[in-house]
Design a protein around this ligand. Structure first.
Ligand SMILES: NC(=O)c1ccc[n+]([C@@H]2O[C@H](COP(=O)([O-])OP(=O)(O)OC[C@H]3O[C@@H](n4cnc5c(N)ncnc54)[C@H](OP(=O)(O)O)[C@@H]3O)[C@@H](O)[C@H]2O)c1
Length: 284
């Protein structure tokens, strides 16, 4: 295939910087976002926009989705002006959203009815990594389809790895995000224990960063706790959603269950804040 034309659906916190990597690499893009204001910056750059997913699909070869959840994915594929309403054929749909393996299997079956392929390709990393093209991408797809889309994925991330057939990327992502939630809660509990026993929070995070446990994640989120900065890079409501998906798929081991409960309880009040706002829910 010559250079594919790319359709991009979802210009949120992640989708927007991810498109910038593709634009920098010279790909032609047409974008769609449900809330039209988010398309304005693209229009100002002379990039094509589409009024609906259905209107975008037949002008493009690879169609990416980076949207919230299972419901959004179902609406975008099967809704009134959804992708499949346009009866596309020969397209590859690449869903990078964090969703359930089940919705990927369902959408893949729908796509194949008309001779299209579906790839689940969720990402690890947040806005910073998306902006720098440094995401880690876990892929569920047939090997042949993966190899077709890999050159594009390699512009978005520093690693794209196929881990199995449809849904396997989503399963890997749920495993990673469960660990992310456990680490966020663990960091919060350790900081609170130290604080309640008279240790300054910035002294504690400095020690942690220089210890064998020091890591980029603990550094970023430790700094956020010190600065009381809970602006969302990764909204707490999204990790609560991911823990629900993992729970529904049978992840009920002790730490996973504890963390699942903590985040479900925190979501109604702290859902729009960052994942590390869990610190506040634990008695900060
Ligand atoms: N933020 C992170 O650090 C991070 C990291 C890794 C993975 N993820 C995952 O990446 C995905 C996107 O996250 P984000 O942080 O970019 O979220 P976000 O900023 O909230 O953006 C969500 C996007 O989904 C669209 N959307 C939601 N429901 C829709 C529907 N029913 N129909 C059409 N579009 C719909 C939104 O459109 P509107 O503008 O109209 O609302 C927006 O474009 C999520 O699955 C998240 O779990 C996020």
């Amino acid at each position: 295939m010559n250079t594919p034309n790319i359709g991009w659906i979802g210009l949120g916190k992640m989708g927007t910087p991810m498109t910038q990597q593709l634009l920098k690499s010279g790909y032609n893009l047409i974008v769609y976002n449900r809330t039209k204001e988010k398309e304005a910056a693209f229009q100002a750059m002379g990039i094509g926009t589409a009024p609906s997913p259905a209107a975008l699909v037949n002008q493009t070869d690879f169609i990416f989705l980076m949207v919230t959840d299972d419901q959004a994915v179902r609406e975008i594929f099967s809704g009134e002006d959804g992708l499949l309403r346009a009866r596309p054929t020969g397209k590859i749909f690449i869903n990078m959203s964090t969703v359930s393996p089940d919705v990927s299997k369902e959408m893949a079956a729908e796509c194949r009815k008309y001779g299209n392929e579906y790839v689940d390709a969720p990402v690890s990393g947040s806005v910073k990594q998306a902006t720098e093209g440094q995401l880690v991408i876990m892929v569920g797809a047939e090997e042949k389809t993966f190899l077709q889309v890999k050159p594009v994925l390699d512009r978005i991330g520093r690693l794209s790895l196929r881990v199995g057939p449809t849904g396997a990327g989503n399963t890997a992502k749920l495993a990673i995000n469960t660990l992310l939630a456990i680490c966020s809660q663990g960091l919060s509990e350790a900081v609170l224990f130290a604080k309640h026993n008279g240790i300054a929070v910035d002294d504690f995070t400095q020690l942690l960063n220089h210890s064998a446990l020091g890591s980029p994640y603990f550094k970023i989120k430790g700094d956020a706790i010190v600065q009381k900065n809970f602006q969302p890079a990764f909204a707490l409501k999204h990790i609560a959603k991911d823990l629900r998906l993992a729970h529904d798929k049978g992840l009920t081991t002790p730490l996973a269950i504890e963390t699942y409960q903590t985040f479900q309880e925190a979501e109604p009040t702290l859902g729009e804040e960052d994942i590390i706002a869990v610190f506040k829910s634990l008695g900060a």
